[in-house]
Design a protein around this ligand. Structure first.
Ligand SMILES: [Zn+2]
Length: 346
């Protein structure tokens, strides 16, 4: 009897099927599958995808995480959203791609895709005949970015990064996109928002992130970050899950009111401190700390334990990120210090 009732319910659903990769969800249903990326100059890969096709019409929201496969809190957040998303209560469609960089996750390699040693959030829109990162980026462009109206890209502190939760507001110079992204980022609810300058074009061959490419296609796209150094704290995962559900309320994809952040701290220019030597790093400040220009934020010793360098903050601002592990090689980022900015659209 129960089975017959379910079949009757499906037959009543009137909306169209929604397909991403091998996942096809009829209206009012959830489907899982893979975005299949064939072998080329290197190995094939299957990127998992979940499609939640709401029973009522509405926008298409894409949730993408795991381009850095060891930023675990962000991956677990999208996995949890895939479980809690109920097509019966959703207006519109949610495409969830929880793990773009499967090889990074499996091999526990931070920052890069170990198959071709490329950063999987730098090569959009990708190409069908490049290495695996290029081919995956191309498939995500075609299957996810081009099919969505809104896109959230989830990150966090990687295995070697100690980071505070924050979101980005992309400043593209396009007033309409800016206003739409502002309502999304405020609804997400994180109280630190970095203003990301996307007005100047990327030079030929320069890095193009997922959100930058999506914005160039007129999609409302932004990145959020929580978690650090391999941890999977409930507080970080919940911040990403609840922020996403609040955005869905803001977009009228779920009933209820969004929980907008009232007075976020807006952060502007980011000063990156890099190490000019190999050595061992000892941080002296934590993420979110306010530091002044010239303040010592850590030091580096040689492999004999002798201090070879104090690391000073080049600006007054907030520690957005600081090295989480002692390994420090020449050229590595020691810290990012974000300068406090004014609300860009008060
Ligand atoms: Zn990342």
């Amino acid at each position: 009897m129960i089975r017959r009732f379910l079949l009757a319910t499906i037959a009543l659903a009137s909306g169209a099927d929604f397909t991403v990769g091998t996942a096809t969800a009829p209206s009012g249903r959830k489907a899982t599958g893979f975005i299949q990326v064939a072998a080329g100059s290197d190995a094939a890969t299957n990127v998992p995808v979940i499609v939640v096709n709401g029973s009522k019409p509405g926008p298409v929201l894409a949730l993408v995480s795991g381009s850095h496969g060891t930023e675990y809190a962000s991956i677990l957040a999208v996995e949890k959203l895939a479980q809690v998303a109920d097509p019966a209560s959703i207006s519109g469609t949610v495409i969830l791609v929880p793990l773009v960089n499967v090889a990074s996750f499996q091999e526990k390699v931070p920052h890069l895709n170990p198959v071709d040693r490329k950063n999987m959030n730098r090569f959009y829109p990708g190409k069908p005949d490049g290495t695996q990162t290029d081919r995956v980026s191309y498939a995500i462009t075609k299957q996810v970015v081009e099919k969505c109206d809104y896109l959230l890209d989830y990150h966090g502190g990687d295995l070697d990064e100690n980071l505070r939760k924050y979101a980005y507001w992309p400043d593209t110079g396009n007033a309409k996109l800016g206003a739409a992204a502002r309502s999304v980022v405020l609804a997400f609810g994180l109280d630190h928002i970095i203003i990301q300058n996307m007005k100047s074009p990327v030079p030929p061959g320069g890095p193009i992130t997922l959100t930058r490419h999506a914005l160039s296609l007129g999609k409302v796209a932004l990145a959020v970050e929580a978690g650090h150094a391999g941890t999977t704290n409930a507080e970080d995962i919940d911040a990403l899950v609840n922020g996403t559900l609040s955005v869905m309320r803001e977009l009228k994809m779920l009933p209820g009111e969004a929980h907008r952040v009232e007075h976020p701290l807006w952060l502007g220019r980011i000063a990156t401190v890099s190490s000019d030597q190999d050595g061992i790093f000892y941080p002296r400040v934590v993420p979110e700390a306010y530091v002044t220009q010239g303040q010592i934020i850590g030091h580096i010793t040689n492999y004999f334990g002798e201090k070879i360098r104090d690391v000073a903050s080049p600006v007054t601002g907030v520690v957005a990120y600081i090295g989480a592990v002692p390994s420090m090689k020449k050229g590595d980022t020691v810290a990012n210090i974000a300068e406090i900015a004014q609300d860009p659209q008060p």
